[in-house]
Write a protein of this length. Sequence first.
Length: 124
Amino acid sequence: MSSEHTWVIPPDLAAAGDVRRHVTGACTGMSPDTVDAARLLATELFSNAVRHGSGEVHLVVAREVGALRVEVHDEGLGQPELADPSSAAEGGMGLRLVDALANDWGVGTRGDGQPGKRVWFSIL
């Protein structure tokens, strides 16, 4: 059985708790390690959308048997990139976490025909 839920989240870092709450609710029955990873990665994607994107932020959480997919959509046109791990700059390593902890992740256009991007990850 699968389910998918979408929320519009205010583009404000203070709303990160709402992102974590929605992801936690979708993870019922999953292992605590999976829930923790999903919450962390969703927060990273949301923070990137607020800091580097623009407009409304949409959180999409899809649950299928044994898998969770989280997408964060924003109206910004820039594409996120993995930061160079040798960089001495503070911050900018959120996608490295996503790359390390998710089973798969990627970037694409929004599926609703609106301008912007969708960044997603899946955890099995």
